[in-house]
Design a protein around this ligand. Sequence first.
Ligand code: 5AD
Ligand code: FES
Length: 350
Amino acid sequence: MTPEMQHLIDSLSENHTLTLAQYAALIDHRTPETAAELARRAVAVRQSIYGRDVYVRGLIEISNICKNDCLYCGIRRSSRTCRRYRLTPEEILDCAKEGYALGFRTFVLQGGEDGYYTDPLLCALIGDIKAACPGCAVTLSLGERSRESYQRLFDAGADRYLLRHETADPAHYAALHPQSMSFHNRMRCLYDLREIGYQVGCGFMVGSPGQLSAQLAQDLKFIETFRPDMCGIGPFVPHHDTPFGDKPAGTVELTCFLLSVIRLIHPPVLLPATTALGTIHPTGREWGILAGANVVMPNLSPVAVRGDYQLYDNKICTGEESAQCRGCLERRMESIGYRVVTHRGDVKRI
Ligand code: 5AD
Ligand code: FES
């Protein structure tokens, strides 16, 4: 390894910060050797905070109806081939109860921006889940809403909110989204969520069309300054019925490299080994954990609709029952020397 790269890695581990130019250099000049060194340090740091525990979150994909038209996303409004569905509050509650019986203590309600899920509906649903599943945490991932809405949902008992920023570069954001969406509003949402008191997750895609190391450097700088409780990063994977259908997917290699860097920037962050990572490689999620991730999110959605939540092509876990998906991930984690733990798995703020 060159002395320059060694210096960057040392200073990142010690100070948890680099300049934008240094982040870009770390990415541009990466080698298998630097990746291995970063992963070794990331795993050591994670081990000191979370041991060999991998937290699980039960993912319930509540609706694929979305008013937005993000250029990369398979459930975008203008997709004609997407078979639309939305789960009723009763169906969502049943998924949560099934997950609770399987040991899950965190449920992530994720969906497109679907106006059916009004504040009163969601507040009642959150109350019902909390009553039926004592001691559980409810995470919402329902896109951009008003501050008042976020506040009501928080007051109703929601604990966490996931809203990927998608990219921290405003120009790149504009290239990935229709004009009706704004980077500024995305950031407004994230800061509102934080102020209200949620544990907040941001995140971005690796290898999205047009993304350069300069953009990734901005994502890393954003994580350094925002200090999210969670950070979801996964490779971009093309969906055939979108404007990016013929673009190449992101790689396991760069995604894992960035997972290690993010672990070193912000040691206590909850970092999932994502479904997208498992989609582009059969053991992608295992590689993610070995690079510094510490969360997995098995699918609890009803099997009848799973195949319809196609954010990208070839998404895994679409045929398996909840129990199978959970068992599968448990075995996968055990195969690399980790254990899945089922408590709420709150972030450790150190
Ligand atoms: N490839 C990878 N990830 C995607 N997402 C949406 N579309 C794709 C795609 N084609 C991610 C976005 C979104 C999250 C729910 O899924 O980052 O925030
Ligand atoms: Fe879902 Fe393997 S994790 S089937």
